[in-house]
Design a binder for this molecule. Structure first.
Ligand code: SF4
Length: 259
């Protein structure tokens, strides 16, 4: 079962007239190639392999963790160690597989000894995440742990906001998304309480996706409805302009409105 199937609708509704999957894949691979060769911060000196991220280019859900661990550093893939196993297990409770989402990190190279990434390392690396999110255009950004959460919801505490959503600032690269705060799976491996909470939190993700998709679809419909044809063109709005949005619009007493 895919995220799209879980939410009960086709992704085609929201993806109409957008880049093709092949175009997204090519753009993501171009970013990944830059990441693999990147030396913009000191983490390049100690990494074995950079870890750009991986997953479906046309997914609606992107998971963002903190940084690669030892196994990820060796394999050049995100979340393939014990924490990755738990993430896969969490996804499986929804009937989702990791291939159906996109998984990446705030920093793409392993901090030595799994220490926390430094602010200047995050600042150097975040433009790659921003570009990935611009390409992916997800409906939901699921943050894994406090560093990822801190990027999308600065000033918050993971212990207080896990399992909740907030709008994502378009400056992050995700033009119209909500963030969904989750604990990092590595934290869940260290605490049975956090592990239990992680399973409870992720159970809410399909509903978060459904709500985010419905809002995006409505926003697209409103955009189409309010789009006026260029002077002299034959283009017509896709649907009646809702009353109240265009003072020149006639009254549609019998026509459905969007509200
Ligand atoms: S962590 Fe990011 S900015 Fe630093 S070297 Fe790796 S890819 Fe470049």
């Amino acid at each position: 079962m895919t995220p799209a199937e879980t939410a009960g609708e086709s992704t085609a509704i929201a993806r109409e007239a957008e880049p093709t999957t092949e175009e997204r894949e090519a753009a993501l691979e171009a970013i990944a190639a830059e990441v693999r060769a990147c030396t913009k911060c000191r983490l390049a000196e100690t990494r074995t392999r950079a870890v750009p991220g991986e997953g479906r280019a046309d997914t609606e859900v992107v998971f963002v963790g903190e940084g690669p661990g030892q196994t990820e550093d060796q394999q050049g893939r995100p979340f393939v160690g014990r924490a990755g196993d738990l993430l896969v297990k969490l996804l499986s409770t929804l009937g989702w597989r990791r291939q159906e989402v996109f998984i990446t990190n705030i920093v793409k190279c392993r901090p030595p000894g799994n220490r926390d990434p430094e602010p200047d390392e995050i600042a150097a690396c975040v433009p790659y995440l921003q570009r990935q999110l611009e390409v992916l255009d997800p409906a939901v950004v699921a943050t894994l742990g406090r560093f990822s959460m801190g990027h999308f919801r600065p000033g918050e505490r993971i212990t207080q906001i896990h399992g909740t959503t907030a709008p994502v600032a378009p400056l992050t690269g995700a033009r119209d998304a909500v963030s969904f705060a989750l604990f990092h799976p590595a934290a869940a491996l260290r605490s049975t309480d956090v592990e239990r909470q992680s399973f409870e939190d992720i159970a809410g993700l399909p509903a978060v996706l459904r709500t985010a998709r419905a809002r995006r679809t409505q926003a697209s419909a409103l955009q189409a409805a309010t789009r006026k044809p260029a002077p002299g063109s034959e283009e017509k709005p896709d649907m009646p302009i809702p009353r109240g949005l265009d003072p020149e619009a006639p009254a549609f007493d019998d026509a459905p409105t969007l509200f």
